[in-house]
Write a protein that binds this ligand. Structure first.
Ligand code: FMN
Length: 187
């Protein structure tokens, strides 16, 4: 797959097959991530690859977060929603926590967030190059203390994404407004 084709065809994957993803593919994703542009070459990122027993723990935390949210929103079938949230994680080959190391300066933090976002996208595209799908997730789990503890997130860090990794069951179609309609050319 060439780079442009990857950019155009990558989609967020919602349903994954249970097949394992090799550690070498995950390593290639991370090598792509650290090549992302970042102002002053601050390299403000860190990654935690969560698999196996640790992923089951993270899935349990996701259950707890989802259950609390569903109860707060008075949603019917709160238990079922939370169980699905757990299963979404527990059935995956891997989840990668993308962590931003927070600079003291607020403006640098903003630039670093942009850089960490580029790194996240780069890892997703590198996965796609191998036919591996991803899903950039945020939500309450990125701030849930036990999840932060599991990923050894320090006081001067935050989780920017939990990237789900696995072979796609299907690839959704998510149409875009053409770039032409979003662009003015000045000359
Ligand atoms: C910063 C960021 C946070 C996101 N968080 C979530 C999330 O918590 N839940 C979710 O379903 N999708 C999340 N997404 C994925 C978007 O929903 C997805 O990219 C969008 O639906 C477009 O689909 P596509 O990636 O297939 O083009 C996030 C994407 C970004 C860039």
């Amino acid at each position: 797959m060439n780079l442009y084709e990857g950019l155009i065809t990558r989609r967020t994957i919602h349903r994954f097959r249970p097949d394992p993803v090799s550690d070498s593919i995950i390593s290639r994703m991370l090598e792509a991530a650290v090549q992302a542009p970042n102002h002053h070459v601050t390299q403000p990122w860190r990654f935690v690859v969560v698999k196996g027993h640790s992923l089951h723990k993270l899935a349990d935390y996701r259950y707890a977060v989802a259950l609390e949210k569903a109860h707060k929103q008075n949603r019917p079938h709160a238990q079922r929603i939370a169980e699905q949230a757990r299963e979404d994680f527990a059935s995956l080959p891997a989840v990668i926590a993308v962590i931003q190391i927070l600079a003291d300066d607020i403006f640098q933090q903003q630039e670093d967030y942009a850089a960490v976002s580029c790194a996240t996208y780069a890892m997703m595209l590198a996965a796609w190059d191998h036919g591996v799908g991803t899903y950039w997730g945020t939500g309450g789990i990125t701030r849930y203390p036990p999840a932060l503890q599991l990923c050894q997130v320090k006081d001067n860090e935050r989780i920017v994404a939990f990237v789900r990794v696995g072979y796609p069951h299907d690839v959704p179609h998510v149409p875009r407004i053409p770039a032409e309609d979003k662009t003015s050319w000045l000359s």
